[in-house]
Design a protein around this ligand. Structure first.
Ligand SMILES: Nc1ncnc2c1ncn2[C@@H]1O[C@H](COP(=O)(O)OP(=O)(O)OP(=O)(O)O)[C@@H](O)[C@H]1O
Ligand SMILES: [Mg+2]
Length: 283
């Protein structure tokens, strides 16, 4: 297998107001092409920082990363932008991640205007295709973010991340702000999209169920370091490291909760069906 993302010995020290925080302390891992790497760990353990350093959204203090074999550290200007266009990011708070003054169609068109030459009819057509891919109805296109549900806003976030046809998505707590039933729909959509487009995911979540459900490989972070890494089914079921065992033990005692939570729900409420139902509720 080839690596879609290689993270090599990343260190990030934040300096603020004269003090230093060693947020990431020598983290290395690979996301194999076409797979999902799940990163878990308590709040403040450095998960988001590692991901941002890996995509060079922030400059690591030391260490390097490469995307699809291309070292990202050496790139500047246009070359860096082109490589970034091959990655997408989905954030935790879907409503806040959207510009409140842009319609959904405008939000989806934005990355296309920045990174592609699509204009006019071709732009509109690609935007429609993206709406469709994430299970939103064309009628959503002219709405503003506050006129959509949290789950629908996250679908817009995913459409934006997919706009430039990336091969790697970083999903930073993509469902943490969503209602439990909507979480499953968004996770299932992400699974479908991954298969359909042969995507690779770096998934960050503090929810071990989510990581277990989604990931091939899992890494456990604690205070800036990866303390355990391996097949998700092993790391998150029979952890070797004491810290992972504690994380698992801290989960609510609900054996079998995962399949119930994630598959015992209705099929994703999508497109036209969602639209009709909303109209029914409104009328
Ligand atoms: N811009 C910044 N300036 C200074 N310190 C920061 C900055 N961003 C993050 N930190 C600190 O770095 C550490 C790691 O933060 P990070 O956001 O990467 O953790 P996380 O694992 O993603 O946490 P969460 O699960 O809460 O999102 C924390 O101690 C945090 O306070
Ligand atoms: Mg974070």
């Amino acid at each position: 297998m080839t690596a879609m993302l290689t993270v090599d010995d990343i260190v990030k020290v934040y300096r603020a107001y004269g003090s230093q925080v060693r947020a990431v302390d020598g983290v290395s891992f690979q996301v194999e092409a076409g797979t999902t790497f799940g990163l878990v760990g308590e709040s403040g353990s450095g998960k988001s920082t590692v991901a941002r350093c890996a995509l060079r959204l922030i400059e690591p203090t030391s260490g390097s990363s490469s995307i699809d074999g291309a070292p990202i550290g050496a790139l500047r200007g246009g070359a860096l932008r082109r490589l970034r266009a091959r990655t997408g990011m989905v954030f935790q708070n879907p409503v806040a991640a959207l510009n409140p003054r842009l319609t959904i169609a405008q939000s989806i068109a934005e990355p296309l205007l920045t990174h592609t030459n699509l204009r006019g009819r071709a732009l509109a057509s690609r935007s429609r295709e993206l709406l469709d891919e994430v299970g939103l109805a064309q009628a959503h296109a002219d709405r503003l973010p506050h006129q959509l549900s949290g789950g629908q806003c996250q679908r817009v976030g995913i459409a934006r991340a997919l706009a430039t046809r990336p091969r790697l998505l970083v999903l930073d707590e993509p469902t943490s702000a969503l209602d439990v039933s909507v979480q499953a729909q968004v996770l299932n959509l992400l699974q479908e999209l991954r298969r359909e487009h042969a995507l690779s995911y770096l998934l960050i979540s503090h929810d071990l169920d989510v990581v277990r459900y989604m990931s091939d490989t899992a890494g456990v972070m604690r205070r800036g370091s990866l303390v355990e890494i391996g097949p998700a089914a092993e790391v998150l079921v029979r952890p070797q490291h004491e810290y992972t065992q504690q994380l698992l033990a801290a989960m609510p005692e609900t054996p079998g909760a995962l399949p119930l939570r994630l598959s015992g729900v209705d099929e994703p409420e999508q497109g036209a069906a969602a639209e009709t139902r909303e109209k029914r509720i409104l009328s």
